[in-house]
Write a protein that binds this ligand. Sequence first.
Ligand SMILES: [Zn+2]
Length: 469
Amino acid sequence: MQFLANLRVRTAEAYGAAGQRPAGWLLSAHRIDARTRELALAERAAGIPLMADNGSKEHIDDVLRGYSERAAEIAREAAAARAPGEVRESGAPPSLRSAAAALAREVVEACEARVAGTDWSELLEAQISLRPTSLVAQEDFCVACLIGLDLERPLIGWSIRDVERRARRSLQLWERVAGDPRCRGVDVYAVLSGFDFNTARAAGRLAAARGVTHVAVGMAAINLDRETARTYRVGRRVLRLAASAPRRYVRLAQVASGIVAGYRDVGRSLQGFHALGLGAGAMFPVLAAAVGPDVALTCDSTSPLHDAVRDHVLYDRQNFGGRLPLPKVAQAVLSDGSWPCTCPFCSPYLAAHPPDLEQARSWWHGAGDPAIARSDLLPGRPLPAAVPLLTIAEGGAGQEALATRIASNHWALDQLGRDIPDGQMRVEWARSAFARMTRSPAATHRGIQAAAQVLWGADPPLGRPQGPG
Ligand SMILES: [Zn+2]
């Protein structure tokens, strides 16, 4: 599997400064300016693959912002109307369901207006200006927005046919782009969405029948989901999970495997599958397991950048890109004396700015071996003076350290992607990865367990669903 690094100036510069290159880049249309285009073209000239994304992320974020308050109100009422332990939104009172359905219609109209208001040819021209190896065609992002707003199918009353309508629209947009002579020699990805296995499978069937060979799925809304799943649905059966789990893992497993199942139904083969903005390293094995062996698999994520910049987190290469907050890293450095990452970014930085462990420990012991806080890592404090790679600061003394950690996080996911084999070994690798993820936080662990059950397990059915089938 190939991890594509999001081409941001600071990420590209951090790679460049260390003389390194990722497996591939992704640059979205709404991030193209003179500088990013110049960087993209230089990477293409060096033979690095580049995917040009369609810029929908910006629209999706806007729609989510615009409707989040009203959607949250409906979600609150739906939760209040549920009996304790009851999970089906179809049990919500009719007045609430019709309010949810009306809001969903508004969201669809807002999305359609945005798609109609985008000059597709201009968008394509911008994407093509990057000389990409692949590009994501303009898409219908209604389902992504509904998922992001927690307007789930049973609540809004959407049938599979409603989701198929959105898929057909997305496929029309794909067809227009894929048929354009400017796309000759470029893999053009159609964006498909699904709420669950059944709807993803339906979308997969339609795409397969149209001759789509490369499919992208937007993960942004799925990642945002903080809800817990207790059941999942396959066909007309509702199955209970062995334990409740973060719904984003269940949905990733269902949507990715559903699309592949749709292709199998039609008897066509899917060549490429891209997960747009896959949140965390722990989700890579789930994606690999869900998509299965015979598809070229890629994903991208802005998390390595945001986690380094906003959350001061270093990814743990040894643990599926698990998050190591810098204070925790500092604690480990003080205890073990070694930096937890030996990547091609951290290593040269440490060689150029060797940590003074004696000085760091003498401060720490002098202060009574305190637990390290974020404030201990601000510029001017004794610890970052002794171990500069721990510095938490934008700009100034901390700039190079931050760039190193940004690149280090990308590298961790890049390597994780390279670990995931193509072909028949992929699913076996995923099974063994699931088993090795025992050090993960509890929520991740439950997510992995649930994904394993969705993909491979079969529990007794709970009976016919009450909502649309
Ligand atoms: Zn590193």
